[in-house]
Design a protein around this ligand. Structure first.
Ligand code: MN
Length: 412
């Protein structure tokens, strides 16, 4: 497929992608946009031009501060919007081409939270990550807890502090227990970490009391984003027994602004790891449910202009896939809502340069991570910027996520 829009080589936002987001611009209120190359297409303006006339969608679905209402139109309509846009972008005589005043440069728009997140659940689905943490804190010979290969382990996180790329955060404060002290102190966290994850956004409501099968689960996924699940390891260590993560996690999680649809990711489906022992029936599935998505994390130290890639991983390594996570999440009758955010858990691979957190890369703070420009780190320092990127690529087709970028500022 070729488009008449000038698209940079190797762009994440190719004609095959067309992700949705919420943008605004001087004189233009928040609305739904689609990314192509370095450009953003104004879907409200497209709708006013009757480009989507066949779909009979009211302007209010596009002139909106979040994608939730648009997503609630259902996949039949939202997929059609993508298909129509694709045709318009290929056709040299299209209406869209005649009206290129509704296409803006990405550098002149502001991106916002794409969805109003109602609930957020974080899984723990990478075996390599769970094994690394288990080796460090429990038993290197027996790193996984007995439930781990039977249950896609997860916890309910905090939705209010999910932020979009570009929003700075402050170093959190809390209770920390120094190793040489019997009692905790109140202090700024000394061990701020990122977690390289991918999030997915629920695309339709399910009913309270009903369950979703692995077969139907992907119908409930609208799309995916990059997800940095910020963590304060020292706060987490003191608080997590017996009910799990709380304030060490809830201060912030950052996401990329463009939601890549599950349909755009279809060509990149791959087989996942073999699951042994055999899982219970409700967790069994047919076909490929993993996705080949290359992921990386970079640090840009404060005062430096040189970014260093410190982790290269891949979403295909996940032991538990999204369909199993959804089947498990709803097996007790818990309902899902449009706009809910599910995150994968830290995505680590087997090799040491594929670990998805500083905790693993510095092996509990014992090993320096060497950065270009003469810097080194064990955890994230004030004024560091963490950047995560991700893309799929196959037969010259590239579908990517852009980036999620967050700067850590000192405590206030
Ligand atoms: Mn996490």
């Amino acid at each position: 497929m070729n488009t008449w829009i000038e698209v940079p080589n190797n762009t994440d936002f190719s004609i095959y992608n067309l992700p949705f987001g919420i943008f605004s611009k001087k004189g233009i209120s928040k609305r739904v946009g689609v990314a192509i190359g370095n450009k953003v297409i104004d879907l409200l303006a497209c709708n006013k031009l009757n480009i989507f006339a066949d779909l009979d969608i009211h302007n209010s679905f596009f002139e909106n501060t979040f994608l939730n209402d648009f997503i609630n139109l259902g996949k039949k309509k939202t997929n059609k919007v993508r298909e129509i846009l694709q045709k318009e972008l290929i056709d040299e005589n299209s209406k869209l081409k005649m009206h290129n005043d509704l296409i803006f440069s990405m550098f002149e728009v502001e991106m916002h939270m794409p969805v109003n997140v109602g609930d957020y659940t974080d899984f723990y689905s990478s075996m390599e990550h769970a094994s690394n943490i288990g080796s460090m804190f429990r038993d290197p010979d027996n790193p996984l807890l007995p439930n781990w290969k039977h249950i896609p382990v997860g916890y309910h996180g905090r939705a209010s502090s999910i932020i979009v790329s570009g929003v700075d955060i402050n170093r959190p404060k809390g209770q920390i227990k120094p190793v040489d002290s019997e009692n905790p102190i109140f202090s700024s966290s000394k061990r701020i970490d990122f977690e390289l994850e991918m999030g997915y956004i629920i695309g339709k409501n399910s009913k309270l009391g009903s369950s979703i099968s692995t077969k139907d689960a992907e119908d409930y996924i609208f799309g995916k984003v990059l997800f940095n699940d910020w963590s304060a390891r020292d706060i987490q260590k003191w608080e997590y027994v017996p009910l799990g993560p709380f304030l060490g996690k809830s201060f912030a999680s950052s996401i990329s602004p463009w939601v890549v649809t599950i349909e755009a990711l279809k060509p990149f489906k791959v087989q996942g790891p073999v699951q042994h022992p055999e899982v219970l029936d409700y967790l069994k599935f047919d076909g490929f449910k993993n996705y080949d998505i290359n992921l990386s994390v970079s640090i840009l130290p404060g005062g430096s202009e040189i970014e260093t890639v410190i982790c290269k991983s891949n979403f295909k390594y996940m032991y538990w896939n999204m369909s199993q996570q959804i089947a498990h999440h709803t097996v007790n009758g818990c309902n899902l809502n449009t706009g809910d955010m599910m995150a994968s858990g830290t995505i680590s691979g087997k090799s040491k340069d594929s670990y998805g957190s500083m905790l693993e890369l510095s092996w509990g703070g014992k090993k320096d991570i060497i950065l270009d420009g003469g810097y080194s780190r064990t955890f994230v320092e004030d004024f560091d910027t963490i950047l995560m990127r991700g893309y799929c690529s196959k037969n010259d087709i590239r579908v990517g996520f852009g980036e999620v970028k967050t700067k850590l500022l000192p405590s206030i």
